[in-house]
Ligand binder design. Structure first.
Ligand SMILES: *Cc1c(COP(=O)(O)O)cnc(C)c1O
Length: 388
């Protein structure tokens, strides 16, 4: 018998997530060293030294179960964002939170809207619970088409919408104004998961306070004063904001993220999570990382410079790229598969994004100045060899 047949058809039809190639794997395959990985949007500065110290300290108590309620991390988030403990869900990476949202609210047959070229996990989380995804064609320039997504959500009686801002792998950005128009035009029974994994990379003039759209009226700011009072104390009780410590905080290997939402939404998400989904070392590191504001600032500034370096280099090579608001950029290249392979041989791992319906594009993460230079050098060499 075929054991795959024992799984429900919606599980059998899932296409597995394709992660970036680990350095160790390429080292084994090619027998070379000095490989650089610019494939998974990791922080080239590593983690904050304060987070590393907190992890070393937390290891001493590793025989004990973690705090299943994550009190200290939630407390640090309460202090930072002015939300209630009861509005916070902690996750094993923000990937966990996307799945918790799906598992808590979606049943087989429910419909979900997300954008074409949006982060792959939205489709995975949707399919894993037997719900049906509706992928809405992107706007010009690969961005989310919010008016079309709003229409698709209303017309199809969907239960949930996933939005990535900025989106990965395209790096496209939606303004706070556009998001507010989208949210206000949506019935409150449609949940919106706003994935802000790259929030910390937004330039100052693009930053917006999505958390203020969630806060209660207990003496704290409520989003926009022009918001409809019929929405109650919280402007958007149907909004779930997810954030991560994997990107700007440099803790991708640790797996920790958080979601902010209405208490009732949070309650449901917490009912379906593993009791100890965030380990004790991760909780300790996240608290320290959250406090290390200067590390995040340094990361942001390095990324700004690196983005300029890489996009200047791409332009010099005559390559088209999508202006990005994250720590990565997608560029168009004739034969992306051949180019990807040649770059591997030259010791540079980037990310093919054919699975995002972008077969002639590659995505490169912004690295250290020397890594960006190595990437551009390898790319130029491969182009000169007529690889793509
Ligand atoms: C990287 C990423 C995430 C989640 O990463 P975690 O490591 O699971 O926190 C979520 N959304 C987007 C758009 C991402 O690129």
């Amino acid at each position: 018998m075929n054991y795959c047949d024992l799984a429900p058809s919606y599980i059998r039809s899932i296409a597995p997530y394709q992660p970036g190639k680990p350095i160790s794997e390429l080292e084994r395959e090619l027998g070379i060293s000095g490989i650089i990985k610019l494939a998974s949007n990791e922080n080239p500065l590593g983690a904050s030294p304060a987070a590393v110290a907190a992890m070393q300290n937390a290891i001493k108590s590793i025989a004990l179960y973690p705090d299943g309620n994550g009190f200290e991390l939630k407390d640090a988030l309460v202090k930072r964002y002015g939300v209630a403990h009861a509005s916070i869900t902690l996750g094993n990476g923000s990937n966990d939170l996307l799945e918790l949202a799906a598992r808590a609210f979606l049943a087989p047959g429910d419909r979900v809207v997300y954008s074409a070229h949006a982060f792959a996990v939205y489709a995975l989380a949707t399919q894993a619970v037997g719900a049906t995804g509706i992928s809405v064609p992107a706007a010009a320039g690969f961005g989310h088409d919010l008016p079309a997504m709003q229409k698709a959500a209303r017309d199809n009686k969907v239960k949930m919408v996933f939005i990535a801002n900025p989106n990965n792998p395209t790096g496209t950005f939606l303004s706070a104004d556009d998001l507010l128009v989208f949210m206000r035009g949506l019935p409150p029974e449609i949940l919106v998961v706003l994935d802000e994994a790259y929030n910390e990379y937004l330039p100052e003039d693009k930053r917006y306070d999505s958390v203020s759209w969630l806060r209660t009226g207990n003496g704290e700011a409520v989003g926009d004063p022009s918001a409809s009072p019929s929405r109650g104390l919280k402007e958007f009780p149907n909004l779930i904001i997810s954030r991560t410590f994997s990107k700007a905080y440099g803790l991708a290997g640790l797996r920790v993220g958080y979601a902010l939402a209405h208490e009732q939404v949070t309650d449901m998400m917490n009912r379906v999570r593993q009791p100890f989904n965030v380990n004790s070392v991760a909780q300790a590191a996240a608290v320290a990382a959250l406090r290390d504001v200067s590390f995040v600032k340094k990361t942001f500034e390095l990324n700004q410079r690196g983005m300029q370096q890489i996009t200047d280099g791409l332009a010099k090579l005559g390559l088209e790229y999508i202006p990005s608001f994250g720590n990565f950029v997608a560029f168009r290249i004739g034969n992306a598969t051949a180019m990807y392979r040649r770059l591997l041989e030259l010791g540079v791992i980037v990310r093919p994004i054919a699975n995002y319906d972008m077969p002639d594009w590659l995505r490169v993460s912004i690295g250290l100045e020397s890594e960006n230079a190595k990437f551009l050098h390898a790319l130029k060499q491969a182009i000169n060899e007529k690889v793509a």
